[in-house]
Design a protein around this ligand. Structure first.
Ligand SMILES: [Zn+2]
Length: 90
C-alpha cells in the first residue's frame, strides 16, 4: 500500500487503477490518449495509441497501467455498448 500517502487509493480501487491515476495526474498531457466510458467510467488507453510517444516511455506506461478501451460514437465501452444495444432491443 505504498500509494496511500498520495491519496489516490480509494475504497474498492485496485492498486493498478491507483497507479494509473497517479500516472495521469503526474503527466496530464497523456490524457488525450485515454478513453473513459461515459456509463461505467472505466478508463483505458485509446486503440489509436501509437507504439511510441514521448520517447516511447509514455506509451509503454499507459499500456502498463491501463487496458485498451475502445469506445463507440456514444462514448460507451464495448461492455456498456452491448448493454445499451440489448436495452434498445428490448
Ligand atoms: Zn462502460
Amino acid at each position: 500500500m505504498r500509494f496511500l500517502q498520495n491519496g489516490f487509493l480509494n475504497h474498492g480501487e485496485s492498486e493498478a487503477e491507483a497507479d494509473g491515476k497517479r500516472y495521469l495526474s503526474k503527466y496530464p498531457h497523456v490524457l488525450k490518449w485515454i478513453n473513459q466510458c461515459v456509463a461505467c467510467q472505466r478508463r483505458g488507453y485509446r486503440p489509436e495509441l501509437p507504439p511510441e510517444i514521448f520517447l516511447g516511455i509514455a506509451a509503454r506506461n499507459l499500456r502498463k497501467y491501463f487496458d485498451e478501451l475502445p469506445v463507440n460514437e456514444k462514448g460507451l465501452c464495448l461492455q456498456c455498448a452491448h448493454a445499451d444495444r440489448e436495452a434498445n432491443d428490448a
